[in-house]
Write a protein that binds this ligand. Structure first.
Ligand SMILES: Nc1ncnc2c1ncn2[C@@H]1O[C@H](COP(=O)(O)OP(=O)(O)OP(=O)(O)O)[C@@H](O)[C@H]1O
Ligand SMILES: N[C@@H](CCO)C(=O)O
Length: 299
């Protein structure tokens, strides 16, 4: 085991897609990369790129905690680890950075056990994150429908669906950050039945829109379960979503915000919209999910 080296590549993701709160996810072709070596003791962490000035450099690093959870669950001995992270997914913006990091750690742990990430890996990752939409997208790529059943084993599950080839998401990423745990705290305990019915119809429609009928994305990305409640956390982002939707462009808050995800048809002109302070990032859809490569041992 000592001396084994792995490299991991994991995609970002956009969750919710408006109507599918904690349920729908889409993997994006923006990747964090990690190189990892098993050593005889201790922990050494190097980080470059996003979050390099903020994330811990010890065993409390999120990836190492997820890795340890996986190796403990699989009975793999892990005396020490060296880690080099190249982070490209912005943190706390609604692009699934924490989920991608958790998935990297868990996929690496499974690889050390000689296993592909499977249903149990997804359950473990989702337990870390608290919900499965982003982790499922980062793990398997494409479109995912995630669900949980309290008390069941596995608790968290997901179904992967093939994205329609015309899906061309554009992410509008602001400078400001918004922590997911803070905006989850803005959600009410209960919602009106009428809003639940609205959500059920739009989420069901979104499955069709994302996989075979992108022309239905405007209706399919309508939301009444979370965005309005979270408005105080990112008023400008939600105003931009409303502006885009009023002009017929399907748009929603990406994950827990503050990034906006839009699905313009053709080459859009952003000139008519107030995108000041947002970086406009067209991103392809990732269809592979996390990949782990075993690096050859030193001769
Ligand atoms: N590559 C990373 N390495 C270490 N810690 C990370 C990394 N990426 C994210 N994190 C941790 O996760 C936090 C961000 O998680 P959070 O759930 O708030 O946002 P997000 O995952 O970027 O967005 P969302 O869940 O809305 O898609 C960071 O502040 C950091 O603590
Ligand atoms: N479904 C999650 C995605 C962000 O992690 C939320 O909206 O809180």
């Amino acid at each position: 085991m000592i001396g084994r080296e792995l490299s991991v590549r994991v995609p970002a993701s956009t969750a919710n897609l408006g109507s599918g709160f904690d349920t729908l996810g889409l993997a994006l072709a923006l990747y964090d990369e990690v190189w990892l070596r098993v050593v005889d003791r201790g922990v050494r962490v190097e980080v470059s790129g996003e979050g390099a000035d903020a994330v811990p450099r010890d065993a409390s690093h999120l990836l190492l905690r997820a890795l340890r959870a996986a190796t403990d669950a699989l009975g793999v001995e892990l005396p020490g680890v060296e880690l080099r992270c190249v982070n490209r997914i912005p943190h706390a913006r609604g692009l699934g950075s924490s989920a991608a990091t958790i998935v990297s750690g868990i996929a690496a742990g499974y690889a050390l056990a000689g296993r592909e990430p499977d249903e149990s890996a997804l359950d473990l990752a989702a337990r870390f994150e608290g919900h499965a939409d982003n982790v499922a997208a980062s793990m398997v790529g494409g479109v995912v429908v995630a669900w949980s059943s309290a008390g069941a084993s596995p608790t968290f599950r997901a179904l992967r669906l093939e994205p329609h080839r015309a899906l061309a998401p554009v992410l509008l990423v602001p400078e400001v950050e918004s922590a997911t745990h803070t905006t989850r705290g803005l959600l009410p305990e209960r919602v009106p039945h009428e809003d639940a019915a609205f959500a059920a119809s739009r989420a069901a429609l979104a499955v069709a829109a994302l996989t075979s009928r992108p022309d239905l994305l405007l209706d399919a990305t309508g939301d009444r379960l979370h965005q309005e409640y979270r408005r105080p956390a990112w008023p400008r982002s939600l105003a931009l979503v409303e502006e885009l939707r009023a002009a017929g462009v399907p748009a929603a808050i990406s994950g827990a915000g503050p990034t906006v995800v839009a699905f313009p048809v053709g080459a859009p002109s952003w000139a008519g919209f107030d995108t000041s302070g947002f970086e406009v990032c067209p991103l392809a859809v990732d269809t592979r999910g996390v990949t782990v490569r075993e690096e050859p041992a030193d001769p």
